[in-house]
Design a protein around this ligand. Structure first.
Ligand SMILES: C[S@@+](CC[C@H](N)C(=O)[O-])C[C@H]1O[C@@H](n2cnc3c(N)ncnc32)[C@H](O)[C@@H]1O
Length: 208
């Protein structure tokens, strides 16, 4: 992330948006977590999302990973009060075994607050998400689409991978290709932003 985006994601308006808009939408599509749920946040940034995952979604514990060690330090300061309910790791969402020793089907919920569009091999990241979600578990996502990234203002202000970005439809298709069932989603601002939740079916095709 460049300095402009780093400043923006660490700002009070970003936290306000996450708290007052994104969380209610994601809860509407995916619901609160079952007691005892072990959650994972990919690209946790300064850790505010993990705080919301504990407080608003009801996770028992959160493992959180970010590529940027500076962000992990920020998240460690914010989340210190939760003690061993939070585990932080520096690493990539494209290899959760290396970052967190994450086994197949080891999380009841995975959260993506605006990170997959930063990853050059975004399909690898979605495959990793699908791999680590347990049957009946949830994937909550908030993403920035190729439509937004193509806007001149976005290109001037921010620094994202340019090739092979995804539309809302392509992102949802990729989840389905990886065995997840989309529970609900919406797009905002002419398709610039995508929010939704998906589930990994239990063996009979049911959920939770
Ligand atoms: C736009 S910020 C979002 C931060 C936070 N989730 C939020 O909503 O405020 C994207 C974050 O993803 C992280 N990131 C980028 N590529 C990553 C990867 N391959 N694996 C894990 N984190 C990554 C960046 O370091 C950054 O903290």
């Amino acid at each position: 992330m460049n300095r402009t985006e780093t400043g923006l994601v660490n700002s009070p308006p970003r936290r306000w948006l996450q708290r007052t808009y994104e969380v209610p939408v994601l809860l509407r599509f995916g619901g609160r977590l079952l007691p005892g749920t072990r959650a994972l946040e990919i690209g946790c940034g300064s850790g505010y999302g993990s705080q919301l995952i504990l407080e608003r979604f009801g996770a028992d514990t959160v493992d959180a990973v970010d590529l940027d060690p500076t962000m992990i330090c920020r998240a460690a300061r914010r989340l210190a009060r939760y003690g061993d309910r939070v585990r932080l790791a520096q690493g990539s969402a494209t290899d959760l075994r290396a970052a967190l020793d994450a086994d197949d089907e080891s999380y009841g919920a995975v959260f993506d607050f605006g990170i997959v569009h930063h990853i050059p091999d975004w399909r690898k990241a979605t495959a990793e998400v699908a791999r680590v979600i347990a049957p009946g578990g949830r994937f909550y996502f908030e993403e920035v689409t190729s439509h937004a990234l193509a806007r001149p203002a976005y290109q001037r202000l921010f620094d994202h991978p340019a090739d092979d970005r995804f539309s809302a439809e392509q992102f949802l298709d990729e989840l389905t290709r990886n065995g997840l069932v989309v529970l609900g989603s919406l797009t905002r601002i002419q398709g610039d932003y995508l929010l939704g939740a998906a589930a990994k079916p239990v063996s009979t095709g049911g959920e939770r």
